[in-house]
Design a protein around this ligand. Structure first.
Ligand code: S3P
Length: 189
């Protein structure tokens, strides 16, 4: 595996990291790379990373697809709201959220008040390609993923665009998206 060196110097990364006084919460559609970018970002700034979907699965002792199948989306959203509130209490690092989390009014207010919300976005074709690699996402099983992702983009863009910081995830190495997030946070703070 090739290790990609970040394009910011270690000194610059430490300077920006020292300014970050709140958790960083990544939001955006399925497939934009929130978890991978989040891990890279946490690594760069020496903080902890947590994936909200993993925490929901651990709390429910079930896969997300099973929660949707057995109890429905509303039940999942209730659990998601509670788990993210708990993670925000416990973590000062980087939290990746599931694509629908920031649409919830309570979760969005909490993130906007107590964290730095970062919207990661990219074009729909890339999302379709990336999400086709795994079939773990219940919302993409009910029809054509391109249509579903396009509809979700239009429904959710008004919410995602409220995040304090927005960054495009390009096709390059995820560490570069993590660096772009740091630069955007530095400019915003
Ligand atoms: C969802 C996104 C998923 C997961 C669930 C619902 C959504 O997370 O939370 O399947 O509503 O967009 P990812 O965005 O990490 O795929």
């Amino acid at each position: 595996m090739t290790v990609v060196e970040p394009s910011l110097s270690p000194q610059e990364i430490s300077r920006i990291a020292a300014r970050i006084d709140r958790p960083i919460v990544l939001v955006g559609l399925m497939g934009v790379g929130k978890s991978t970018v989040g891990r890279n970002l946490a690594n760069l700034i020496g903080r902890k990373f947590v994936d909200a979907d993993d925490a929901i699965e651990a709390a429910a002792q079930r896969k997300i697809s099973e929660i949707f199948e057995d109890f429905g989306e509303e039940y999942f959203r209730d659990g998601e709201r509670r788990v993210i509130a708990r993670l925000m209490d416990e973590h000062s690092g980087v939290i990746a959220t599931g694509g629908g989390a920031f649409v919830d009014d309570q979760t969005r207010s909490l993130i906007l008040d107590q964290a730095i919300g970062v919207w990661i976005y990219c074009d729909i074709d890339t999302l379709v390609e990336r999400t086709s690699r795994r079939d773990t996402r219940p919302l993409l099983k009910s029809g054509d993923p391109q249509e579903i992702l396009t509809r979700l983009y239009h429904e959710r863009e008004p919410y995602y665009s409220q995040a304090q910081v927005r960054v495009e995830s390009r096709d390059g190495p995820h560490v570069e998206t993590a660096v772009s997030i740091l630069e955007a946070i530095d400019a915003w703070l």
